[in-house]
Design a protein around this ligand. Sequence first.
Ligand code: UT7
Length: 319
Amino acid sequence: MYSRIVGTGSYLPRKILTNRDLEKLVDTSHEWIVTRTGIEERRIADEDQKASDLAMEASRAALEAAGIRPNDLGLIVVATTTPDQVFPSTACVLQAKLGVENACPAFDVQAVCGGFVYALALADLYMRAGKCRHALVVGSEIYSRILDWTDRSTCVLFGDGAGAVVLAADDTPGILAHRLHADGRHSGSLMVPGQICGGRVSGRPYVVMEGGAVFKFAVKALGDIVEETLAEVAMKPEELDWLIPHQANIRIIQATAKRLGLPMERVVVTVDKHGNTSAASIPLALDIAVRDGRVRRGQHVVLEGIGGGFTWGAVLIRW
Ligand code: UT7
């Protein structure tokens, strides 16, 4: 048995924060942000919204697109770095909010911006093992809560949002291949070092990043991971119809596309409107490209991402 994506959904909070708005908060400029990152605006969740609320909206849209009822789900995986709380997992909270009463397994994956490809690969393996017929895989993030809004080197980069896919068991493979990696020696390059300790937050509870080091590592790792993933099924980059990368920085996306010999017309870009939504960025971009008709049945699509850890990975799909 194989797995196939049969529905996608996404959710973006209503509040838009533009680069011009950020100019009033920190010493930055619209021009600097656009030139260095490609970001023009990002969404910010309301104070009373949690990652599970964003996930619920995206999941409902994906379930509706798939024509699947919540109680048909046999697995729920949420990739998030900004969970509702320490525990229970955002996936368990989401399960209840969706009204799933069949006691299917539900858990979070913590692989930062690599989280969605990790979660999707795990769900595919679970389905290939014949354990369930339908799975929900979600990326949901509220980074605005872990940003230091006085630190211009990080606060301009991220945004909030959620994306979801529904997988169904199928005789023919929709998910063709995946490769995952991690290298914890780089954990200090991108982190939120804070933790709850004795009723207090100990350590810095905000994103801390060595931007240049992450950038350099990302460009090499993402090119390599796409080539490795395609090699599993003896495919070449030029045979790809779409590259849907993690949306951190337009320059990283362009460098990866160039390395793979793919024109930007075959790359889905949302970083301009969403900023970096971490584990949500890939399913958000996928949903947008599916709904606007760019990604069509039979096409070959690669999803790839990298995040703190470092973790990185790619998933090859025949849509
Ligand atoms: O999602 C997980 C993966 N994350 C990433 O992939 C992010 C990877 N890194 C990046 O995207 C880029 O490294 C950044 C966008 C974070 C930074 O771009 P950069 O071209 O590497 O700039 P830089 O860090 O070398 O900084 C250049 C200058 C510095 O000033 P000096 O030292 O040259 O005088 C910074 O202080 O830009 C300054 N700067 C800013 N200026 C205006 C840093 N942030 C800002 C800002 N506005 N917001």
